[in-house]
Design a protein. Structure first.
Length: 206
């Protein structure tokens, strides 16, 4: 009888210890690939979002909205880019900026954000309180933000550590940047962008 009582008390003690042990919170993340064909919102609770090496496309007619505080990480690959043919809304805040970066912290580890629609229906991108890091590809018109047949607005943002240019905008693009820093560009801050459309703060400026 004493033997069974001892087993019972031991089992009860183990149960109590287990029930009071802290549980480890699961790390939420989402892998994203291929094409977004319908309006989609990325939620902070699923951050970070990891873009597969083949890249991600927002199709014409679709809008990708990214919540403040989200981190978007790109697997290594010079063809890995966020290709916006529809619309991109990435509006962060002072306390919760949105970050686009490479899984590998090296310039050129991913291609960048390419905003390119058609002459009839330009692609749209609205970026605010956004950091773009470690993207870009070495080349005359390669940049972390590439705009062609597009309307692109960037405010209160940081573009840094590009293997190419910071921003490239073709003659077919409408580009507007305000209070945006450019740091550590391998080539130029902006290429083929009209001077009047860029209002920037250099690193260390107020």
């Amino acid at each position: 009888m004493k033997k069974y009582t001892s087993y019972f008390l031991l089992a009860l003690a183990l149960l109590l210890i287990t029930s009071h042990s802290p549980t480890r919170a699961e790390t939420n993340s989402a892998n994203v690939c291929e094409t977004i064909n319908t309006d989609t919102t990325w939620l902070l609770t699923s951050s970070p979002y990891v873009v597969c090496s083949g890249g991600l496309t927002v199709a014409s007619g679709a809008t990708l909205t990214i919540e403040p505080g989200i981190v978007v990480q790109f697997e290594s690959g010079i063809s890995n880019k966020l290709n916006v043919q529809g619309a991109l809304e990435a509006i962060g805040t002072v306390t919760q900026p949105i970050t686009f970066t490479g899984l590998v912290a090296a310039p050129g580890s991913w291609a960048g954000v390419y905003v390119d629609g058609t002459s009839v229906t330009p692609a749209l991108a609205n970026l605010s309180y956004v950091t773009l890091d470690y993207g870009g590809v070495s080349g005359s018109d390669r940049a972390q933000v590439y705009a062609d047949r597009a309307v692109v607005t960037i405010t209160q943002s940081l573009i840094r550590n590009s293997a190419g240019n910071g921003v490239y905008a073709s003659m077919l693009a409408q580009f507007d940047a305000h209070s945006t820093n450019f740091v550590g560009m391998a080539r130029t801050e902006t290429l083929d962008v009209p001077r009047h459309s860029i209002y920037r703060r250099r690193s260390g400026a107020d």
